[in-house]
Write a protein that binds this ligand. Structure first.
Ligand SMILES: NC(=O)C1=CN([C@@H]2O[C@H](COP(=O)(O)OP(=O)(O)OC[C@H]3O[C@@H](n4cnc5c(N)ncnc54)[C@H](OP(=O)(O)O)[C@@H]3O)[C@@H](O)[C@H]2O)C=CC1
Ligand SMILES: O=C1O[C@H](COP(=O)(O)O)[C@@H](O)[C@H](O)[C@H]1O
Length: 588
């Protein structure tokens, strides 16, 4: 496994202890699983120089040997035997046997759409450009739009860019990549059309051990149709079949549970990769490294030293034509219930047993299940209104032609959340997320408590809040981690100053940071599940937000209007003040 893979720097993604190899630390060994009946399979393995053919009943185990559902209530779903074909669910990354060559096909369903063009195809090309894709990869686009291979390639080529730090001829690499891209037009609910796709895939797979990844880049309401057709008529016959499912996963607890139940008619949990691309962001990945690999942080990471935590998402543009999706979901479902809550879970969780996916996800579930459901009194919602700025008229949310007139869907929300456990009891976690604000930014801000009996309190005047330490992880733009400290100004006097201990990524690492989608696509291909959402995590996340979302809709809460390009509704400051918090981003 090359430098591209996260798994190469982590212990094996999920330890797998068939009795045959009880002590065998599963390296990324050369073997593959032949499909068999549920939970038992013929598999051929080559460990070292010995090739062993064994029929084993095996069960996924986390690295500490406990069953995977150690902390999460088992969803009790009866999985369809068809769905539970062993899928090499990250047990090992597949790599070629000496005598068996494999291929990986990545099918982008909804290939004509915004996310496919903006993120997925560019990420696949970037992985290819960095030599991170398997040798025999094939990309298929699938959507209703009529296109041929050339038209797909032409569409894709418009959004591809090359890493600036590589010397290779970008055009050649781009052409090589595009020649691996093919298109099939079909309906999302047509088994026949997926059977046609399967035929095309088989031709390109050319008899190899064929692994298949389907990326559902389509509106959530057609996920199940596609999963049914793909699972029944375009699953791999001899390798793994995995499905990446985009957010939002449902609209509330009920619809999310229903979606999972429907998907599990055709797929096993280990075939479902629920993507939240914020988990692939560099600074979000670094959060755990910062906390768990540095002695200085872990002792401070609790209510004893931390006054509040702020999770901030801000965009300086509006919905811009995505109202058809956005108006049905709103900012809380679009950003808070997933991206910001995932960051909160990673920030607040206990130390996992290991870096194995299930150990990490177990800890995230535990902290999410320790949280209090959100109350309406601890939430502010807003919606951007038209505003003229610098002679330019900025539109209101409802000016967007794809937004229903009179919509009360929030484009901004702020909330105070609490974790009722020993580590965080009483610490306010303040989230705010908004579109059409004054800046584009995503960051985590940790405000520490005051210094008891501060010797230098006279130097700071009356507002000692300004003297407290603040740790900021700037997820984007311009990735950085900085710690605000107090220091003496050089000279003969004793004047104090505020300075930043600053790790600025572009200065420290002058190379382009991979896009989140690159990391996550690579992990899905390798079966590394650490950065994907498990069904019980999803259940816990919706349990937190569903009561609030229902109350907002039942009471038809009118969002407070805020000017496009402003700092959001005034109510956001009152919410912070209620918990004696000042938003850190406002002073920068
Ligand atoms: N765009 C983004 O920035 C992000 C998107 N997502 C998620 O990714 C998924 C795809 O998003 P995005 O690409 O923006 O979506 P689009 O609205 O662009 O839809 C993708 C494709 O799906 C087909 N489609 C659209 N609406 C319908 C419909 N009502 N019925 C059947 N087919 C339809 C169209 O293809 P055709 O007509 O050719 O079949 C379209 O090109 C969604 O689940 C979204 O929530 C997640 C994060 C960010
Ligand atoms: O999931 C989503 O994320 C994007 C923002 O992603 P980013 O990586 O550009 O920060 C957001 O614009 C979109 O509304 C939402 O669906």
């Amino acid at each position: 496994m090359g430098p591209c893979s996260s798994a190469s720097s982590l212990s094996s993604s999920t330890s797998f202890t068939p009795s045959l190899f009880k002590n065998e630390t599963p390296r990324l060994s050369k073997f593959f699983i032949l499909p068999g009946k549920s939970h038992s399979s013929l598999w051929v393995s080559q460990v070292g120089s010995t090739t062993t053919l064994a029929r084993k009943h095996f069960q996924l185990k986390s690295s500490n040997g406990h069953p995977l559902d150690a902390v999460s209530s088992h969803d009790g779903l009866v999985e369809n035997p068809l769905a539970s074909k062993p899928q090499g669910e990250g047990l090992f990354s597949f790599s070629e046997q000496e005598n068996v060559e494999s291929s990986v096909s990545i099918t982008v369903v909804g290939a004509s759409g915004d996310l496919a063009k903006k993120k997925i195809f560019p990420a696949l090309f970037a992985l290819y450009y960095e030599d991170c894709l398997p040798k025999n990869f094939i990309v298929f686009g699938y959507a209703r739009t009529k296109m041929n291979d050339e038209e797909l390639r032409n569409m894709i080529s418009k959004t591809l860019t090359c890493r600036i730090d590589r010397r290779e001829n970008c055009e050649d690499k781009m052409e090589q990549f595009l020649q691996r891209c093919f298109y099939h037009s079909g309906q999302y609910d047509s088994e026949e059309h997926f059977a046609e796709l399967d035929k095309k895939m088989k031709m390109k797979e050319d008899g190899k051990l064929a692994h298949r990844l389907f990326y559902l880049s389509i509106p959530p309401n057609i996920f199940v149709n596609v999963v049914k057709c793909a699972s029944l008529r375009a699953s791999s016959a001899n390798g793994w079949t995995r499905v990446i499912v985009e957010k939002p996963f449902g609209r509330d607890s009920e619809s999310s549970g229903e979606l999972t139940r429907c998907l599990k008619q055709y797929l096993a949990e280990d075939q479902i990769f629920r993507i939240d691309h914020y988990l692939g962001k560099e600074l979000v990945e670094n959060l755990s490294v910062l906390r768990f690999s540095n002695l200085v942080f872990e002792p401070l990471w609790s209510r004893s030293y931390i006054r509040n935590v702020q999770l901030i998402f801000s965009e300086d543009f509006g919905t811009e034509g995505r109202g058809g999706y956005f108006d049905n979901y709103g900012i809380i479902r679009d950003i808070m219930q997933n991206h910001l809550l995932q960051i909160l879970a990673l920030f607040a969780m206990e130390t996992p047993v290991s870096l194995d996916a299930e150990d990490i996800r177990n800890e995230k579930v535990k902290v999410l299940r320790s949280m209090r459901p959100l109350l309406l009194e601890d939430v502010v919602v807003g919606q951007y209104k038209g505003h003229s700025k610098g002679g330019k008229l900025l539109p209101a949310y409802t000016d967007d032609p794809t937004v229903p007139k009179g919509s009360v869907t929030p484009t901004f929300a702020a909330a105070a959340l609490f974790i009722d456990n020993a580590r965080w009891d009483g610490v306010p976690f303040l989230m705010k997320a908004g579109k059409a604000l004054y800046t584009r930014r995503a960051e985590i801000r940790v405000q520490f408590r005051h210094v008891p009996g501060n010797l230098y309190r006279r130097n700071f005047g009356t507002d000692l809040d300004k003297a407290t330490n603040e740790l900021v992880l700037r997820v984007q733009p311009d990735e950085a981690i900085y710690l605000k400290i107090n220091n003496k100004i050089p000279g003969l006097g004793m004047r104090l100053d505020r300075s930043d201990l600053n790790l600025l990524y572009r200065a420290r690492y002058p190379r382009e940071i991979p896009d989140a989608y690159e990391r996550l696509l690579l992990d899905a291909i390798e079966g590394e599940r650490r950065l994907f959402i498990r069904s019980d995590e999803l259940d816990a996340a919706w349990a937190l937000f569903t009561p609030l979302l229902k109350e907002l809709e039942e009471k038809k809460i009118i969002p407070e209007l805020y000017p496009y390009g402003s700092r959001g509704p005034v109510g956001v400051h009152y919410l912070a003040a209620k918990y004696n918090v000042r938003w850190g981003d406002l002073s920068e």
